[in-house]
Design a protein around this ligand. Structure first.
Ligand code: ADP
Ligand code: MG
Length: 681
């Protein structure tokens, strides 16, 4: 790295105090920041044949003025100038607003080049810029930067241009020569100029390719080094579990583990035995048997004399996990439940028991990370539906033990594309196989007008002894409306079904004990139809429910639809998912189509990613997805994959440490502050 480039922006001619502050608002402090502030798009003044232009495209065209410009005034100070321009064999109508002065400059017979918004249907261009003369003499591709109030595009362009002219040559190469040669990447200083002022589309493409690779490679190196560091560090517990007891325990389970479960379990147990701290993500579709694997791992930890904790996002889920683990561990381990609604004397008893090592496994919600919760010796931590917790919350729980092993679980299958970046510093186990005998949920997409037939289908299934979920429309950003909707739909369905078929209602505003009661009634088969908002999304198990109806399904993302669908199909009977939807756009239709065609969560998540882009994928920022400046994880997936492989090889061969040619790269890896490292940790 270069000290010259580390100088403040004020070193550049023409940057005064005020401008410096404005640039700082854009996150630009040093000359280097400015040089690497890349355009988010380019205005191209290259001309194209008219027939190749799209409706509303910003276009540049050269033509001859063939009519005397007509000027008209409207409003207070507004004007419109119109004239006809002969472009190729077409007569194009040019319209220019509020530039009355141009009338004098434009005369029939003149050649002009105009830029503006193209209306293909009316052969009309709304001109934003014009110059006399041929198109060739114009500067072809102009950078467009993200701006903040007070900074104009012209001003920013100018200052970046002078930064390039003055300091562009100070930029040093990061990539070793052979890497550059392998991928035919342009040199760094040259590529940087092309990023701002490309001489052609082709040169721009190569410059971008270079910086995308560089960005991904730095990221991958950093992540993989962190992971390696993790592995080699001995600040963890080597948990020496009792293999005999563990095997006996597994034999008491009412089923044989699937191959994928066995494989994941072996990976987890291997981590536990190592002296380093486990940092592993267990991924698997709803119902693939993650909880079973987690329970076995928890038991292993107990046989090693440690305590374990399982944190889940909702009380209902905590309760359900508690019930099933309590049964599973009966006579083998003490399991306790801690949630917000456990209060007073009972709470104190539990806390005391946890502190005195009388509780082996504590299951709960956010309640687990309160200060009052003290473990005697917490050795194993599991966080279920990890993306529902913030980074801080996950860390707080972890810090309740002395380097406990940590297992994250998620039923949101994460596309491979994202997993290798988002979890670059985590180990990942995947359960990609369902327990034998599960029948895939049959999924249908029907239009809103068919609602009555859907209701008779529910009646039919209920007559056969089964139960149904009905999920209400989701109204974005409004809890209140969501609940109103649920209440309305509940009354509507109750009037159809009751009294023969009892209907229940579930939504987020109910008190916890009310929710509990509603859920229990459904689980006990006392209510047959459960109208609900998406609060049932996570985890609760009612195997007798065979129908999942989702109203306005087009409003949900694929992953969420898939989660909801996962509530049914947990028993032996054939289950159905019915998507009521009238999607307007292509994306919505595509989503419905995909849902009806696959029940494979990983495939769905890949498709979801394509339709929505990585930013939206988890629906919230705290997911810790890295943000790239130049590269795009989805679009540039191949480059990401290449960078990942290259980084792995460089680390394996220890090139950063031992090869002089990798020195600049090494320095960049260690200097880069923008890479936050442990994204999920
Ligand atoms: P997840 O946590 O991935 O949603 P669970 O562990 O809760 O899945 O398992 C879902 C259901 O399948 C539970 O009723 C569980 O007892 C059962 N189950 C788990 N593993 C197996 C298996 N290998 N064979 C049969 N049933 C299984
Ligand atoms: Mg689960």
């Amino acid at each position: 790295m270069n000290d010259v480039l580390r100088q403040p922006i004020s070193e550049i001619k023409g940057v005064g105090e005020k401008f410096q502050e404005q640039l700082q608002d854009l996150g630009l402090y040093t000359i280097e920041d400015l040089l690497f502030y890349f355009p988010f798009r380019y205005d191209s003044y290259e001309t194209k044949p008219l027939t190749e232009l799209a409706q509303d495209e910003k276009a540049t065209m050269e033509g001859q003025v063939v009519s005397e410009p007509v000027l008209s005034f409207f409003g207070k100070k507004k004007s419109r100038l119109t004239f006809t321009l002969q472009v190729e064999q077409f007569a194009v109508k040019a319209v220019m607003f509020n530039r009355a002065f141009a009338k004098k400059q434009l005369n029939p017979g003149d050649t002009v080049t105009v830029t503006g918004k193209w209306d293909q249907r009316r052969l009309q261009i709304t001109v934003s810029q014009f110059k006399k003369g041929e198109a060739k003499s114009q500067e072809p591709i102009q950078p467009v930067y993200t701006l903040k109030e007070g900074v104009t595009l012209q001003r920013l362009r100018k200052i970046i241009k002078s930064a390039i002219d003055e300091y562009g040559e100070e930029i040093t190469e990061l990539l070793p020569e052979d890497v550059q040669r392998t991928y035919k990447l342009p040199e760094r200083p040259k590529a940087l100029k092309q990023m701002h002022y490309p001489e052609s589309r082709v040169l721009l493409k190569h410059a971008k390719r270079r910086f995308i690779y560089e960005e991904f490679l730095l990221f991958q190196l950093k992540m993989q080094l962190l992971r390696k560091h993790h592995r080699e560090s001995t600040s963890g517990n080597a948990q020496s579990y009792d293999n005999n007891r563990l095997t006996k325990f597994v034999q008491t389970l009412p089923f044989e583990l699937t191959g994928a479960q066995k494989r994941s379990l072996a990976e987890i147990l291997k981590d536990m035995k190592q002296p380093h701290r486990m940092n592993r993500l267990l991924q698997g579709d709803v119902g693939s048997g993650k909880t079973a694997v987690a329970a076995i791992a928890l038991y292993a930890s107990i046989t090693a004399g440690k305590q374990g904790a399982l944190m889940v996002p909702t009380e209902i889920l905590a309760e359900q996990h508690y019930q099933s683990l309590y049964k599973m561990f009966e006579g083998r381990a003490n399991v306790a439940l801690l949630t917000g609604s456990i209060k007073g004397k009972r709470r104190k008893e539990i806390l005391d028991a946890v502190a005195q090592d009388e509780v082996d496994i504590l299951i709960g919600t956010h309640a687990l990370i309160q200060d009052e919760v003290l473990f005697n010796d917490l050795g194993f931590v599991i966080v279920d539906e990890q993306h529902r917790f913030g980074v801080k919350q996950r860390r707080t729980l972890r810090d309740k033990g002395l380097h406990p092993d940590v297992l994250f679980m998620t039923a949101t299958p994460i596309p491979r594309t994202l997993a290798i970046t988002a979890f670059g510093d985590m180990d990942v186990s995947v359960i990609d196989e369902m327990p034998a005998g599960r029948k895939p949920v049959e999924t249908y997409w029907v239009k809103g007008e068919m609602t009555n037939r859907v209701l008779s289908f529910i009646q039919k299934e209920v007559d056969a002894g089964h139960q149904a979920y009905v999920i209400c429309p989701l109204i974005e950003e409004s809890d209140k409306l969501d609940i109103q909707n649920a209440v309305d739909l509940y009354h509507q369905l109750a009037s159809v079904f009751e009294p023969d078929v009892p209907v229940g209602l579930m939504h987020g505003r109910l008190h916890n004990d009310e929710k509990e009661e509603v859920m229990q009634q459904f689980a006990r088969n006392e209510t047959k139809v459960l109208v609900s908002t998406t609060v049932v999304e996570v985890g609760v198990n009612v195997p007798n429910a065979t129908v999942m109806v989702i109203y306005d399904a087009e409003r949900f993302g694929l992953s969420q639809l898939h989660q909801l669908r996962g509530r049914v199909g947990r028993g032996d009977d054939q289950a159905y998912c019915i998507l009521l939807a009238d999607p307007k756009g292509d994306v919505g239709k595509e989503r419905m189509r995909i849902m009806t065609e696959t029940t494979d969560g990983f495939e769905l998540s890949e498709q979801d990613l394509k339709l929505r882009g990585p930013g939206d994928f988890f629906g919230r920022k705290q997911s810790g997805m890295p943000e790239f400046k130049v590269g795009d994880m989805v679009h540039d997936y191949r480059a990401l994959e290449t960078a990942r492989k290259d980084a792995a090889e460089m680390i394996m061969d220890d090139l950063l440490e031992s090869d002089e040619r990798y020195r600049a790269l090494k320095e960049a890896v260690y200097a880069d502050q923008s890479l936050t490292g442990n994204v999920l940790d």
